[in-house]
Ligand binder design. Structure first.
Ligand code: ADP
Ligand code: G6P
Length: 561
């Protein structure tokens, strides 16, 4: 459903995200190999890129100045690769689902950049801030400098990959400056941005020392997408309050003189106060020096100068999963056999409760464990017939808040097991590792109840995957109201995860729910996810992006047609 049917064919989609669908990891023998990445962003985008056959720009998950592994087998041969054997040029890969090829363009990060831009500004500043300061965000100027530097590198990579008029779709909080930087480098392309995590209320966002620069960065896009309507409202308020720009009906009017005065290509901070005053003749001059304008840029500038404003659209586009592929896994005889085997190995309990999350403090894992432990203490659940399987995916292990969380969770698990396990049965079966998707599907299949207790979560795709894989329509979903998914999945048992008693009630209710009620709820949930799958999400976003960039290019575009 794109506005211009030629766009898709002539201009492959360019996707830009911090994390690529594959990461470079080192095994115990010191050799490097590729492995599938985890996290909702990659899960959602992979089928989209595979279908469109575009270019995916991102970081391969390891520092480019890592030491080489032993022997010649550590890389794929040749000298055009870095210390981890990562090619320095774009290369083609076969998509994991259909085998259709797409291109990967790796963006290298040094160990120092991993520390400052990724672990630091992205996951020590923005992640906790945007998740309502569940953990304390840290503000460090050297982290911010690295963030700007690395965002600029991603913008340059996107500028090189994009053909004239391409659609470039930038993803998530790690790359919020890229839309604006890319617009300066390539005013001809359509720029979309999607934020996979929440956008906080203005009172929280206002803590950020670089709050205006980030908003300006985002507003370089033709379309900025959020998960929930509430995120889009928070963003609109931040723009009004912190930049004082006009916002109406999903459009921000970006003043072009502001763009000229606060150019990013100069790669230096502009000093901007709340009234929007800036010192920037100098940076504008630097921009001009670095990049003489092309003819199309001059034309574009002329068009835009006429109006004095450039529209930047924004709105809510709740992300989803590839329903068909999870549904197929749910029907797959091998996966089903594996699910029965898992239940058998767990001691054939009556009820299997399941938690699947990256080991992240936003996921409310401790709250869930507390509720479960109390139910066992009070003999409302019994290890004779109930087990909790807790699948924790390793994540961001260089960040101290994540190290602390791992301690906390593992102590809580062993306490519950110490108090309640018997010789033959554990109360909690805890695993800390990456699993292949088929094994995750088998766990979904084996579970009677999925527990999603996030304190804050942009969407939570695990909830939607569980629904799509529940072909037997007999599972129960317990879902935190603080997830994006709770806006859509109303037939789940919705809980406030801060209310331990509420989690306990929901668990008891789930374990006692009649097959009829389970089926009724699950059938409706499956309908929602089937009709709002990830294909619908990406098609909806890209169609809106086409409309948004057409409105920027208005009269010119119409003349061409
Ligand atoms: P987040 O994006 O915060 O990690 P989501 O719930 O949106 O949270 O997405 C998590 C993704 O990680 C899901 O697609 C899920 O299937 C995937 N995943 C779950 N368990 C594992 C695992 N053990 N190994 C690798 N990936 C996993
Ligand atoms: C969330 C974020 C993604 C991120 C993923 C995994 O889904 O929104 O941007 O890729 O978590 O985290 P990681 O830091 O490993 O990329």
């Amino acid at each position: 459903g794109s506005a211009d049917p030629d766009d898709g064919a002539s201009c492959p989609l360019v996707v830009v995200s911090n994390r690529l669908p594959v990461e470079r990891v080192r095994d115990q023998d010191g050799r490097w190999h590729w492995r599938a990445s985890s996290g909702g962003l990659v899960t959602a985008l992979e089928p989209v890129v595979e279908r469109t056959g575009g270019v995916w720009i991102g970081w391969p998950g390891t520092a480019s100045d890592s030491e080489r592994g032993p022997g010649p087998g550590s890389g794929s041969g040749g000298g055009d690769e870095d210390g981890a054997g990562i090619p320095t040029e774009p290369f083609e890969v076969a998509g994991p689902s259909t085998g259709r090829p797409f291109t990967i363009a790796p963006v290298p990060l040094t160990a120092e950049e991993v520390e400052r831009y990724y672990e630091g500004f992205s996951n020590g500043t923005l992640w906790p801030l945007y998740h309502d300061v569940i953990a304390q965000p840290e503000y460090h100027r050297i982290w911010w400098d690295a963030y700007k530097e690395v965002n600029h590198r991603f913008a340059q990579a996107a500028a090189e990959a994009a053909r004239p008029g391409s659609r470039v779709w930038i993803q998530d909080y790690q790359l919020q400056l890229v839309p604006r930087m890319l617009r300066e480098l390539r005013p001809d392309v359509s720029i979309g941005f999607f934020n996979h995590i929440p956008f906080p209320a203005p009172g929280i966002y206002a803590q950020l020392p670089w709050r205006q620069q980030i908003l300006r960065g985002l507003l370089g896009a033709d379309l900025v997408g959020f998960q929930r309507a509430g995120d889009a409202r928070n963003f609109a308020q931040a723009v009004r309050q912190l930049l004082g720009w006009t916002v109406h009906r999903g459009v921000v009017e970006v003043p072009l003189d502001d763009e000229a005065r606060t150019g990013w290509a100069a790669r230096r901070d502009t000093t901007v106060d709340l009234a929007g005053q800036s010192d920037a003749g100098r940076s504008a001059a630097l921009v001009a020096e670095e990049m003489p304008p092309t003819r199309s840029e001059r034309e574009e500038a002329g068009r835009e100068a006429g109006s004095g404003r450039r529209p930047s659209h924004f709105g809510a586009f709740p992300i989803s999963v590839d329903f068909a592929s999870w549904d197929a896994l749910g029907n797959d005889p091998e996966v089903r056999a594996r699910a029965s085997q898992i239940r058998h190995e767990l001691g054939s309990p009556r009820t299997v409760l399941l938690g699947v999350d990256r080991l992240d403090y936003t996921k409310g894992i401790s709250h869930r464990l507390k509720a479960y432990g109390e139910l066992l203490d009070e003999h409302r659940l019994d290890v004779g017939d109930t087990i909790l399987v807790e699948m924790a995916i390793p994540t961001r292990e260089g960040v101290s808040a994540y190290q602390d969380l791992r301690e906390e969770v593992e102590v809580a698990v062993s306490r519950i097991n110490g108090d309640h396990s018997t010789v033959g049965r554990s109360a909690v079966q805890y695993m800390h590792r990456n699993l292949p998707r088929r094994e995750v599907a088998a766990l979904y299949e084996a579970a009677d109840v999925l527990l999603v207790t996030s304190l804050r979560d942009g969407m939570n795709l695990v909830a939607k995957e569980y629904i799509a894989a529940s072909v037997d329509i007999d599972g129960v979903l317990i879902l935190s109201e603080f997830t994006g998914a709770a806006d859509e999945l109303r037939q789940a048992l919705i809980v406030n995860p801060h209310d331990v008693d509420a989690i306990k009630e929901a668990i008891v209710r789930a374990t006692r729910m009649s097959p009829r009620e389970r089926a009724r709820r699950m059938r409706q949930l499956r309908r929602t996810v089937r009709t709002h799958d990830v294909e619908a999400w990406s098609a909806g976003f890209l169609a809106e992006l086409d409309r948004a960039s057409a409105s920027r290019m208005g009269p010119w575009r119409r003349r061409e047609a």
